[in-house]
Design a protein around this ligand. Structure first.
Ligand code: N2P
Length: 347
């Protein structure tokens, strides 16, 4: 009988140990974060995990369109995503985003008012700004002697197979529309058709349509000219002083990326905790300092190297931005953009 009791007690103890271990695990939430590639200082994620005990599952995307498909398909369960303006606008319209309770983001006060209530989220309900920038031409001064002041240089046969375009439909069609003198938010079938023709005509000159690999290629001097995002240009100029960045005279795209909580999230509280953490002055500074992109965070900006603050690539003047436009969601007309891009790539 005694032996039997010991066995029972032992079994109960073992069950107890397993249950506690199990509970411990489910207490510790895992947060699924979805961001652009090369767009965070990983040590910031480690700090968040250490400070909060919340584990971060970090995943990256290459374009807004890829991100959208993944979130829309429902197969994912991202708690935080960091898309751009026009895509946030679309996600709001399609009821894909949770409202963010700014009372839970006390560090929101550090976001410069100039970056709040922008057209894609006019009542600041769904997004918290992360980084911003422009689209422009990065060029190698040892390989390009002409002035880089117009998108037309990307159609100059002299640079055959020395041109890198972005493998991103809104960006590549957008700069082509600007080159033609149209708005990069055009909803005119004929203007879009003209952009398609121009992109097809340009194809023999293009070395490759690239994503994050643009950085290696330009730093190594493998191409003369590339369409890039300004923050990547900052980084590439650090790595190779022969590189320079220009926003063409026809104007360009001014963009904003912001943190959102997709409705797929199962950890809204922790998602807000993460967003607030990213807006902590020390963290925001560390992250911005590391990736080189332009910050909407007032305190992070104050701590940046004065040389970076004076660099027009990262912090352009009003004058530089004069003819820049923000992308809007094209609504139903998106079909046309999709069609044009598919036809250009397939040509
Ligand atoms: C980072 C990509 C930044 C996206 N590699 C620009 N919107």
């Amino acid at each position: 009988m005694k032996k039997f009791c010991y066995v029972i007690i032992a079994v109960l103890l073992i069950i107890g140990v397993f249950m506690t271990a199990g509970c411990g695990k489910s207490d510790q939430a895992t947060l699924n974060v979805y961001n652009w590639g090369d767009y965070i200082d990983d040590s910031v994620l480690a700090e968040f995990e250490q400070e909060t005990g919340i584990k971060v599952n970090y995943d990256t995307f290459t374009t807004n369109e890829d991100m959208f498909i993944k979130v829309k398909s429902g197969g994912s369960n991202y708690d935080v995503a960091i898309p751009s303006d026009y895509m946030i606008e679309k996600m709001i319209k399609e009821d894909m985003l949770e409202k963010i309770d700014l009372n839970n983001i006390p560090n929101y006060k550090y976001i410069d008012p100039a970056f709040r209530k922008l057209s894609y989220d006019p009542n600041e309900e769904y997004s918290v700004p992360y980084m911003w920038g422009t689209v422009g031409i990065l060029y190698n001064k040892t390989m390009v002697n002409d002035p880089v002041d117009s998108w037309r240089i990307l159609w100059d046969e002299k640079y055959e197979k020395q041109i890198l375009m972005l493998d991103s439909q809104r960006d590549s069609i957008g700069v082509t529309l600007k080159m033609l003198g149209y708005s990069l938010n055009s909803r005119d079938t004929q203007e879009l058709e003209a952009a398609k023709e121009a992109l097809i005509e340009q194809k023999p000159l293009v070395l490759a349509y690239v994503g994050d690999d643009v950085k290696d290629k330009m730093i190594q001097g493998e191409a003369a000219l590339a369409v890039v995002w300004s923050g990547d240009a900052v980084f590439m100029k650090w790595e190779n002083p022969d590189l320079e960045y220009a926003i063409p005279n026809e104007g360009s795209n001014l963009w904003f990326d912001a943190m959102v909580i997709p409705k797929t999230s199962t950890h809204k509280k922790e998602a807000e905790q993460f967003i607030n953490f990213m807006c902590d002055p020390e963290i925001a500074f560390k992250n911005t300092d590391y990736i080189g992109y332009s910050t909407p965070h007032t305190e992070a900006k104050k701590q940046l190297d004065p040389e970076l603050l004076q660099d027009k690539t990262a912090y352009p003047s009003e004058e530089d931005l004069k003819d820049c436009e923000i992308f809007y969601d094209p609504g139903e007309f998106l079909k046309e953009y999709d069609r044009v891009w598919t036809e250009v790539i397939a040509y």
